[in-house]
Write a protein that binds this ligand. Structure first.
Ligand code: FAD
Ligand code: NAP
Ligand code: FMN
Length: 694
């Protein structure tokens, strides 16, 4: 055998010395076959050719992308009367912008163009004429920054090399923010002042909606009323009442039950390139390990490990977030089915949803194999409270006059609505059931689709180090439950309950099973994506770190500490790490053993300081510990250039920042201006980082 192969090799290698006729014939035949093959291949269209142009979420249908990039031209050619811009990260401003657009059709018979800043050549904003009022709903993110879809717009407004001129523009802005953040509604305020400086005319004073007080919706309603009034006054629009006009036509078509394949997709605004670069593809992953971290019945907490080894496109770095796509409670799906008088059979028929108006064309795209069951279960936020505006719009479909009166009563004003919400479940299904005493409603599906928001992924801090576990992601999930006033009813968080059910552990079984959120077999895994964050370890492993957390806010620091332990174990010189951690008591002291083990390994390189707020003998918060170690903390930050990281609630971060600021004054004799300047520089240079929420 060896000899034959050798002989063959020799004869090939010496081919050019003595080519035989047979060889030439074989060569020609081979070439002819290749030519024929290529001819067939090149002339026949490749059925998968389109895949080259699809986004990572492959089987999703892409939204219609505006070809024309000049906003002024689009508005003119589409004969729109008003432009509504939105800047949004998690969808609130976008939803309100669409709501406003619908209202302006009904109230003024005027058509708006709802615009995502990232869909246009931003300098064409200055070409908008004075006859077109410009309304803007602007959320603020990060440290008072614009959301991703408005970064380019803000750059143009503030840093453009050519002087921007906006003398023709007439505008009104609603800022959508949260006053527990240091830079409350800063983006909206910055745009307001830049527009005025650049010559634009403000139709109204800047209105701000504050989520901290649960007043986003009320702020919006108040602004909307003022907008309608000013548009009538300045532009001669006339108020009138037009009945509801469906934005979508929704009809059934037969479809075998098993064809509906669910694949979550990002909202429209996240499809722009900048936002997409921070988001991975959405993939179905499996949970490989789960653990109950705290079985405290009032605040259970779980740990889970997710396997990403089969998804090379899911990559993470320590400090990133994971977005989890929830599944709605079956009780709410069933409640909605029954309240809308839909038969079980119809729930599984294929839906054909097509847009009826240019506004709805812009709004949503649904898969053409979707069923109502899937729409309710996966795509619409049916478990969230319905807004006061929604209730007011709903009245027109009330099956009885009592139902109409009842809805009018609970939505008459902001205070009445808030009081009712604090003590009653106000998901759509509960409201429909209660209002009509069980009598089915005949509501156009289009109204339900347009009025309920699209389901949003919930974000969780990654609790593992990518350097140690590159193909595994750990999460720390606290189960959310809201106890309603004067009621035994408890609102359970959709995603946290869903995750706990997937983990199939004892603490969740009563909640999830009672609400029927039990995942069917297709959901043995969960859909998630990775979102890059800026909450990152110091570039140098020898730089000291001060990490401060409350509750599940400790999650990213588990990853940070794992990272430092690994570096230390391979012989690197790691800087000192201090973790100040606040939890209720020993029961909720999550990852206690792991952290103690890390302390043992790292010795004087790691100090963990814990405050138990509900300790019977000596209740303490992290602020008490910060006071106790204040001198050391200030030295570490000011002299040793330690990086400071805060994770947990917004309120905690605000208080800690203020407290540490007081100690700069005490130990370093900083004046109040110097404290502010120092803290600003620290934030700008990322020496001080916050990953806070809620
Ligand atoms: C960057 C970031 C990182 C995070 N990291 C973590 C983490 O590591 N661990 C962690 O546990 N969490 C974390 N969170 C929080 C997490 O994203 C979720 O918000 C949390 O788990 C709750 O989600 P849920 O779906 O369970 O609850 P939801 O279902 O979203 O919340 C309950 C719902 O009930 C509604 N409601 C209130 N009153 C009523 C009423 N009367 N009638 C009807 N409905 C009502 C509320 O409005 C709310 O919509 C993080 C958040 C962010 C932004
Ligand atoms: N990346 C992120 O942004 C991220 C990650 C994880 C969690 N979170 C958020 O962090 C928060 C904590 O969640 P949790 O439910 O796990 O915690 P929790 O159980 O509500 O609270 C944990 C501990 O923090 C204390 N605490 C509450 N408010 C405080 C304040 N202003 N200053 C100092 N201590 C305070 C509590 O004290 P008491 O006993 O007195 O209440 C308790 O000891 C939530 O808002 C959560 O969503 C954010
Ligand atoms: C990570 C994060 C950072 C935020 N930063 C700010 C801020 O600096 N100033 C502010 O007023 N609101 C801030 N908010 C609150 C949001 O603006 C508010 O929740 C708003 O309703 C979100 O709107 P959106 O869904 O349109 O993105 C922040 C929210 C999050 C989750």
């Amino acid at each position: 055998m060896r000899e034959t192969l050798m002989a063959k090799y020799l004869s090939f290698s010496t081919l050019h010395h003595g080519i035989e006729l047979d060889d030439v014939t074989m060569l020609i035949i081979c070439m002819l076959i290749c030519w024929k093959y290529l001819q067939i291949k090149l002339t026949k269209p490749n059925p998968y050719h389109n895949m080259w142009f699809e986004r990572p979420q492959g089987n999703q249908k892409l939204k219609t992308v505006t070809q024309e990039r000049n906003i002024a031209k689009i508005v003119e050619s589409q004969k729109r009367d008003i432009i509504i811009f939105w800047a949004s990260q998690s969808g609130t401003s976008e939803r309100l912008a669409t709501q406003l657009s619908r209202h302006l059709v009904v109230a003024l018979s005027k058509r708006s163009f709802v615009a995502d800043f990232s869909d246009f050549d931003i300098e064409t904003v200055s070409k908008i004429t004075s006859s077109i009022p410009v309304l803007m709903l602007l959320s603020t993110y990060g440290e008072g920054n614009p959301p991703d879809n408005a970064v380019q717009f803000f750059d143009w407004l503030t840093n453009s090399s050519e002087k921007v001129k906006l003398e023709h523009l007439q505008f009104a802005i609603l800022g959508v923010g949260n006053s527990t953040y240091k830079h409350y509604n800063k983006f909206a305020q910055d745009v307001q002042s830049s527009f005025v400086q650049l010559g634009a005319k403000s139709l109204l004073n800047l209105h701000l909606a504050d989520d901290a007080l649960g007043l986003t919706e009320e702020g919006f309603l108040c602004w909307k009323e003022a907008v309608v009034k000013i548009l009538c006054g300045r532009f001669g629009f006339v108020e009138q009442a037009i009945p509801y006009q469906p934005g979508f036509s929704v009809r059934f078509a037969e479809l075998p039950r098993d064809v509906d394949s669910y694949q979550p997709q990002f909202r429209k605004q996240t499809q722009n390139i900048r936002a997409m670069s921070r988001l991975s593809a959405i993939r179905k992953v499996t949970i490989t390990k789960t653990k109950i971290l705290s079985a405290d019945p009032s605040k259970p907490c779980l740990h889970l490990d997710i396997d990403i080894s089969h998804h090379p496109e899911l990559k993470y770095e320590t400090g990133d977030h994971v977005g989890i796509w929830p599944v709605n409670f079956e009780t709410e799906v069933e409640g909605l089915r029954s309240a809308l008088g839909i038969s079980t059979e119809d729930m599984y028929k294929r839906l054909v949803i097509s847009s009826q108006t240019p506004e709805s064309e812009q709004l949503l795209t649904f898969s053409d194999t979707m069923t109502l069951a899937s729409l309710f279960k996966h795509h619409l936020e049916i478990c969230s409270p319905v807004s006061r505006q929604f209730l007011q719009d709903l009245k027109q479909f009330a099956p009885t006059s009592e139902a109409e009166r009842w809805i009018s009563a609970i939505s008459s004003d902001g205070a009445t609505y808030s009081k009712y919400k604090a003590s009653n479940r106000i998901t759509l299904s509960s409201i429909l059931m209660l209002a009509s005493a069980g009598q089915p409603w005949n509501i156009p599906f289009s109204f339900v689709i347009e009025s309920l928001g699209l389901i949003q992924p919930r974000y969780y801090s990654i609790a593992s180090a990518s350097a140690v576990y590159p193909r595994q992601i750990s999460l720390t999930v606290s189960l959310l439950s809201i106890h309603l006033d004067e009621s035994d009813d408890i609102i359970h968080g959709v995603t946290s309950t869903y995750i706990s059910k997937l983990c199939d552990n004892k603490i969740s079984s009563s909640t999830a099973a009672s609400q029927g959120q039990v995942p069917s077999k297709e959901l043995a895994g969960l859909f998630c994506h990775v979102r890059k964050s800026t909450f990152k370890l110091p570039a140098s492993e020898s730089q000291p770190m001060l990490t401060i957390a409350t509750g599940t806010g400790v999650a990213p620091f588990r990853g940070f500490i794992q990272h430092r332990v690994r570096l230390y174990q391979i012989g690197c010189q790691v800087g000192r790490t201090i973790l100040i951690f606040g939890c209720r008591d020993k029961n909720s002291h999550i990852y206690m053993e792991e952290f103690e083990e890390a302390e043992r390994i790292l010795g004087d390189k790691l100090d963990i300081i814990v405050a138990y707020s509900q300790d019977r003998s000596q209740p303490q918060h992290i602020q008490d510990k910060i006071k106790k170690y204040s001198r050391e903390i200030v030295d570490l930050i000011v002299e040793n250039r330690a990086k400071t990281y805060l994770c947990g609630s917004t309120r905690m971060a605000k208080e800690v920042r203020r407290l540490i600021g007081c100690f700069y004054a005490e130990y370093k004799n900083f004046s109040p201006e110097e404290v502010e300047g120092f803290q600003e520089r620290q934030t700008r240079s990322k020496q001080w980082q916050e990953d806070v929420w809620g």
